[in-house]
Design a protein around this ligand. Structure first.
Ligand code: A3D
Length: 320
């Protein structure tokens, strides 16, 4: 059986890391596409030369030609510009919307059967636009954010409790921005919900609130440290987890920016929700019950996403 084909649109910091992880995990043959001449070719060759040492058998190719992504099974999109210190994710909207149009058309023409994972920010609006521009089925187009935001939350919690991060589960919903909703009630250490751990004296409510806020600001914290770009290791590994769930039909329950058309009282919006990812793409959106305060936070986040979608419609008439 032929190996799966993985197209990575954007060969920058995240794109290169995606290629490295996909190769080491032997998820399939990899095509790196970027408009920057030489960059995808250079990264593909450098990574291929690590193959004999790592011992992976996949082919890697860099290209400026969309024809090379033909027939891809998975397509992960990071094309566009990242944040610099002082910029919000929303500041990227105008530039990255144009990029989504070009990428969407490339995908539509060359790999209409792919499972598409968007990472480009502002995430929830860009994945919505990418689905419209590409015309692919909605269950085959989603955005990576919830896995990353939950991973950040899990890391901070594991540090606070002094336990293995393997035993910490966490749930972050809503849009990928300052209004994201880390759900403490659904986050646990080996099944014990965080509010119970506060009662048990493992931590205080104030410390937990600070961790929730640090999770919300997790992207900005890294932008502030790097100064020249944004996070890329954890974003890449999070998207690879989603790609693997699709390629191996794992039916993983992962939070991602998915098209929600009835759950959570929403109609036709891409936003971060719990989903099941398997061979059908986003096979199911899990409509969990939210308490009043959680619903209020989720609604605020949804409003922020709706605002960005409206802004996209204002910029590109074909989206209206
Ligand atoms: P960077 O290293 O700048 O890579 C972006 C690449 O896109 C560059 O190599 C560009 O040449 C390329 N590019 C620009 N326009 C096009 C085009 N039209 N077609 C093909 N390639 C193009 O950025 P990065 O890899 O650090 O980040 C990529 C995106 O991910 C940015 O928008 C970030 O804001 C976003 N991001 C999202 C998250 C989420 O959790 C959702 C996390 C971190 C970064």
């Amino acid at each position: 059986m032929a190996r799966p084909k993985i197209a990575l649109i954007g060969a920058g910091q995240i794109g290169g890391t995606l290629a490295h992880l996909a190769a080491i995990k032997e998820l399939g043959d990899i095509v790196l596409f970027d408009i920057a001449e030489g960059v995808p070719q250079g990264k593909a060759l450098d990574l291929a030369e690590s193959g004999p040492v790592e011992g992976f058998d996949v082919s890697l190719k860099g290209t400026q030609d969309y024809a090379d992504i033909a027939g891809a099974d998975v397509c992960i999109v990071t094309a566009g510009v990242p944040r610099k210190p002082g910029m919000s994710r929303d500041d990227l909207l105008g530039i990255n919307l144009k990029v989504m149009k070009a990428v969407g058309e490339g995908i539509k023409t060359h790999c209409p059967d792919a499972f598409v994972i968007c990472i480009t920010n502002p995430l929830d609006a860009m994945v919505w636009a990418l689905q419209v521009f590409s015309g692919l089925p909605r269950e085959k187009v989603c955005g990576m954010a919830g896995v990353l935001d939950s991973a950040r939350f899990r890391h901070f919690l594991a540090e606070e409790f002094g336990v293995s991060m393997r035993d910490v589960t966490a749930f972050v919903l809503g849009g990928h921005g300052d209004t994201m909703v880390p759900l403490t009630r659904y986050s646990t250490v080996a099944g014990i919900p965080l509010p119970d751990l506060v009662e048990m004296g493992w931590t205080t409510q104030d410390k937990l609130d600070a961790i929730v806020q640090r999770t919300r600001d997790g992207g900005a914290e890294i932008v502030g440290l790097l100064k020249t770009g944004s996070a890329f290791y954890a974003p890449a590994t999070s998207a690879i987890e989603m790609a693997e769930a699709y390629l191996k039909d794992q039916k993983r329950l992962l939070p991602c920016a998915a098209y929600v058309d009835s759950a959570f009282g929403l109609k036709g919006l891409y936003v971060g929700v719990p989903t099941i990812i398997g061979a059908g793409g986003v096979e199911k959106v899990i409509d969990i019950k939210l308490q009043k305060d959680e619903q209020a936070m989720f609604d605020k986040s949804v409003d922020a996403v709706k605002g960005l979608v409206e802004a996209c419609k204002g910029i590109d008439e074909s989206l209206a």
